[in-house]
Design a protein around this ligand. Structure first.
Ligand SMILES: *Cc1c(COP(=O)(O)O)cnc(C)c1O
Length: 401
């Protein structure tokens, strides 16, 4: 009735369609290896014997037991990002927020204190201001420009320092070596959100930071088609993060890992292109009469240009923000006249995307709350894509009028 294809390894399962199809499997071709990483789209694995099964179940981060605990495709992604950041261990997560949440829970609990910089990705701010207090974790937010402020805010029960550099959406930098040196002395774990920089422009472990986290939804995957995150750093710290991530269910589906791994192969090309385009657009906007400020650490006039040269030697990244003269309404009018550039909250995508934070938040916040964020009402954040830089500049110029 059914012939056994060669790749179905278990002729002992018989030829009735029920049994045969239940055991259909892929066998790796003998003597050759695939040139693309195989996708292990499986929820779990089977073991030969009780001993092997018990070992898999109790080995942290095992990649052959249950996909929420680990998976070979996810492991390949973890190895690649760890190597890029100059580390040997990483844990991938279902999103950037999954990574940050797992880090918070791994190092802080009831009665503990966390210091974080004030300018952070909105989700991270939400985690620290809404979720952390419910868990009994207290948080102090400090100005990232003032390195000594981190030390001043630290208390005997401070367990974690959270950084983001460059930070959303004003592209301000934090002195990583400065914060890391003080934290090391005090035994406080440091984590940086390195999403905006990418591991090609900035390698924070080299400055003494303990853990590096990415929203792989952005540059690491690079095509705007997947949500994922990752944390890398010292193996013992990464293992503690994994213990929380797999309990939270924050580990990725194998296909998501596969998509990030696929995108990663072109990361150097994409980052080089986006660095160059961002610099060209930043320079153009800085000279535009309708723009009152451009925030991009690659610009010569940037107040932290020396720090940018030290921390981001290869380039300042593909994200910038600028302020339109005339505030909220003028910025919104410009946004609505863009034709090529699309309105989107993400970045690290093939197409250039823009977001007008004040307009986005005006639907969620009162005018007072909006003022409290400290963000200029005319601020627009631009995530550069792969288009011809001249086409991006022409779209911006036309929209500015
Ligand atoms: C997008 C983003 C996050 C959150 O990542 P998700 O994958 O959306 O959960 C965190 N930090 C920064 C800087 C981001 O841009």
């Amino acid at each position: 009735m059914f012939a056994h294809p060669d790749s179905w390894p278990e002729p002992s399962t018989g030829s009735d369609p029920w049994t045969l199809l239940s055991h259909a499997a892929v066998t790796p071709p003998e003597g050759s290896v695939p040139i693309a990483p195989p996708l292990y789209q499986t929820a779990a694995f089977s073991a030969e014997d009780a001993e092997g099964f018990a070992r898999m179940a109790t080995t942290p981060m095992h990649e052959g037991f249950y996909t929420r605990y680990g998976n070979p495709t996810t492991r390949a992604l973890e190895r690649a990002v760890a190597a890029l950041e100059g580390s040997t261990a990483a844990v991938a997560t279902a999103s950037g927020m999954g990574a940050i949440t797992a880090v918070l829970l791994a190092f802080a609990g009831a009665g503990d204190h966390v210091v974080a910089q004030r300018l952070l990705y909105g989700g991270t701010t939400g985690l620290l201001t809404r979720l952390a207090p419910r868990l009994g974790i207290t948080v102090d937010l400090v100005d990232q420009d003032d390195t000594a402020a981190f030390a001043r805010a630290a208390r005997p029960n401070t367990k974690l320092i959270l950084l983001e550099s460059p930070s959303n959406p004003l592209l301000r930098l934090t002195d990583l070596a400065g914060v890391a040196a003080f934290a090391r002395d005090r035994g406080i774990v440091t984590m940086i959100d390195n999403t905006i920089a990418t591991p090609l422009n900035q390698r924070p472990l080299g400055f003494g930071i303990d853990l590096v986290m990415h929203s792989a939804t952005k540059y690491l995957s690079g095509h705007g088609d997947v949500s994922a995150g990752i944390v890398t750093g010292r193996a013992d710290l990464v293992e503690r993060v994994w213990h929380e991530a797999h309990l939270l269910g924050a580990t990725p589906d194998p296909f998501a890992s596969w998509l990030v791994l696929r995108g990663l192969r072109t990361l150097p090309m994409r980052v080089a292109r986006q660095n160059a385009t961002a610099l060209a657009v930043a320079r153009h906007l800085a000279a535009h009469p309708r723009i009152t400020a451009v925030h991009y650490p690659g610009l010569d006039g940037h107040p932290q240009r020396d720090l940018a040269r030290r921390q981001m030697p290869e380039g300042a990244g593909g994200l910038l923000s600028f302020e339109v003269a005339g505030g909220l309404d003028a910025a919104e009018a410009m946004m609505s006249r863009l034709r090529l550039i699309r309105r989107s909250a993400s970045f690290g995508t093939p197409m250039t995307v823009a977001v007008h934070p004040a307009a986005m938040w005006s639907a969620m916040m009162t005018p007072d709350q909006l003022t409290l964020t400290g963000l200029p009402a005319g601020l627009i954040r631009l995530g550069l894509g792969f288009e011809d830089p001249a086409a991006i500049i022409a779209d911006l110029d036309a929209a500015l009028g």
